[in-house]
Ligand binder design. Structure first.
Ligand code: UD1
Length: 416
């Protein structure tokens, strides 16, 4: 089992460009099934989840080539509609193939998807909406058998603005008969990126980024080139790295608008944030201030994917902070590991109370999920002595070259 060994106590300084967003590239890779043509996707991060997505595309019959940060996908020869079970189980995003395969072939077979263990992750909203569009979905022995003799556009009211459900509906609707309206749609920037990609291949999608998305089904699609938006969660994680180590980092190539909720909360901790067009300079404070209330919410609220990293930061703040996790039910597994390092955290259901710890000390800790794992690395950067983060496989699912980048900024981490 691979692990990081971190020698804490080094301030981070320097510049770092931010690569494409995992949560944008994964649904777009699934969407390349639809056009039956060539796709050139650039600014793609090198991540385990991207590799799995490529393997799934390959198993379906697509021709996939990765060169540097660009992936060429020719989906014209795809002939299969069944996803390999072992790959689907490794990654929740594989569920997005359901909408894409239905849009292209009117058929899809897959097992229930896997992903991070951050609470029950139902797909009821996906299934309900696709059924409303005319898909027949049979759930049997852990598999989903989906068939549609022509999906039809309709009016869908989502009970919750689920990111994945919104993406699946947009994909299924892209070639359906008539117009689909999604109300209470998720507004995440990654959905805007999916809309941009789809419109480049000839789809007619508008409204992404707002809570009402309108998709007019089309029959003619073509090839395209698309560049993935920068990863706001990776950027946020490095921002916390600067803040927690009292360092000074400039992050390059960002969309500042995507980061507003993270910037606002960082400022509450006393961190200085200086914006210069697409670059953001972060200057960590001498004394980290607590945050009275940090509540995770769908975009444009504070992202649940940054909750763990902020818990690491707040564990050395000078006072008491409260975090309320409203998006996922079981997303505090990192709290117990942070406590091993000396953090003073108590959780009550979806609420965590973080009191001032005198200091963090290095310990052996275990990454139980992707962002929780990143939080342990951040704590290791300031902990006294040596921190060993085990099970870093989860971290590699979402961060390209994390320890190399941190080392370039002055951290002392080895991967063994
Ligand atoms: C996506 C992101 C993930 C992020 C999450 C919330 C990707 C690849 N992953 O995950 O990093 O943490 O958005 O911003 O983009 N829910 C239901 N029924 C459903 C679907 C969802 O009850 O059918 C619930 C979930 O259990 C969860 C909440 O809705 O409590 C949000 O989930 P959702 O927005 O769907 O997240 P994902 O798309 O899985």
């Amino acid at each position: 089992m691979e692990k990081y060994i971190i020698n804490g106590g080094n301030r981070l300084y320097g510049e770092l460009p931010i690569i494409g967003a995992k949560n944008a590239v994964l649904p777009i890779l699934a969407a390349t099934v639809i056009n039956g043509s060539s796709n050139l996707i650039s600014n793609v991060p090198k991540l385990r989840d991207v590799e799995i997505m490529i393997k799934i595309l390959d198993s379906l019959g697509a021709k996939v080539e990765m060169k540097g940060d660009t992936i060429a996908i020719d989906s014209s020869k795809i002939s299969k509609v069944t996803l390999p079970e072992e790959l689907v189980r490794e990654m929740r995003s594989s569920i997005i193939f359901m909408g894409a395969l239905l849009a292209r072939f009117g058929e899809a077979v897959l097992s229930y998807p896997g992903g991070c263990e951050i609470g029950p992750r139902p797909i009821d909203l996906h299934l309900k909406s696709l059924r409303q569009m005319g898909a027949e979905i049979e759930e049997s022995h852990g598999f989903l058998y989906c068939k549609a003799k022509g999906l039809r556009g309709c009016d869908i009211q989502l009970d919750y603005p689920s990111v994945g459900a919104t993406e699946n509906i947009i994909l299924a609707a892209s070639t359906a008969d008539g117009t689909t309206i999604i109300r209470n749609a998720a507004r995440e920037p990654e959905i805007v990126d999916l809309q941009d990609y789809l419109n480049k291949i000839g789809c007619r999608v508008k409204g992404a980024g707002t809570s009402i998305i309108v998709v007019e089904g089309v029959k003619e699609l073509h090839s395209c080139e698309h560049r993935i938006i920068p990863d706001r969660i990776v950027a946020g994680t490095y921002m916390v790295a600067a803040a927690i180590t009292q360092g000074e980092i400039v992050l390059k190539n960002l969309v500042v608008e995507h980061l507003q909720s993270i910037i606002a909360k960082l400022k509450e901790t006393g961190t200085r944030v200086i914006i210069d067009k697409k670059d953001i300079k972060i200057i960590g404070p001498d004394r980290i201030l607590p945050i009275e209330m940090l509540q995770t919410l769908p975009f444009p609220g504070f992202p649940t994917d940054m909750q763990a990293q902020f818990m690491a930061l707040l564990s050395i703040a000078d006072g008491t902070s409260i975090i309320n996790e409203t998006v996922f039910e079981n997303r505090f597994k990192h709290a117990e590991e942070l406590t091993r390092m000396g953090a003073n955290i108590k959780t009550f259901g979806n609420v965590a109370v973080i009191k001032r710890a005198n200091k963090l000390t290095g310990a052996k800790v275990y990454a139980k999920d992707l962002r929780g794992g990143a939080a342990l690395v951040l704590s290791g950067l300031v902990a006294e002595g040596v921190t060993e983060v085990e099970n870093i496989y989860h971290i590699n699912r979402g961060y390209e070259s994390l320890y190399e980048n941190l080392n370039r900024l002055g951290a002392k981490i080895i991967s063994v």
